[in-house]
Ligand binder design. Structure first.
Ligand SMILES: [Zn+2]
Length: 108
């Protein structure tokens, strides 16, 4: 004789609110080694995702997120890895030319 237990399938509430919360803050992973192609992507990213003054503050010209948006931050970090200083990056953004030639790599 067996007692059949009523199967109660209860939906398990997934408690993981932190995952989606900081989704917009999560950084795009940097390449382990910055290739010339990465640098071109990065340059395009910072130029295309340039800051734009708006009544509410400074936003990304491309996706209207608060500036610097995720892609802009990624691009700036890749360019920094490539050896560019903040001033160099700012100058490139100001120039607005995604095909601009970069200063030579500081260390061989
Ligand atoms: Zn953007």
């Amino acid at each position: 004789m067996s007692i059949s237990t009523a199967h109660r399938v209860r939906p398990v509430a997934q408690a993981g609110p932190t995952e989606s919360l900081d989704d917009t803050l999560r950084e795009i992973p940097l390449p382990p080694y910055v290739t010339g192609e990465d640098v071109q992507f990065a340059l395009r990213a910072v130029v295309v995702h340039a800051p734009q003054r708006w009544s509410g503050g400074t936003i990304c010209r491309n996706d209207a997120n608060p500036h610097p948006c995720r892609l802009h931050r990624w691009g700036a970090r890749v360019l920094a890895l490539r050896g560019l200083r903040d001033a160099d990056i700012d100058a490139l953004i100001e120039r607005g030319d995604p095909a601009a030639s970069l200063p030579p790599r500081p260390s061989a």
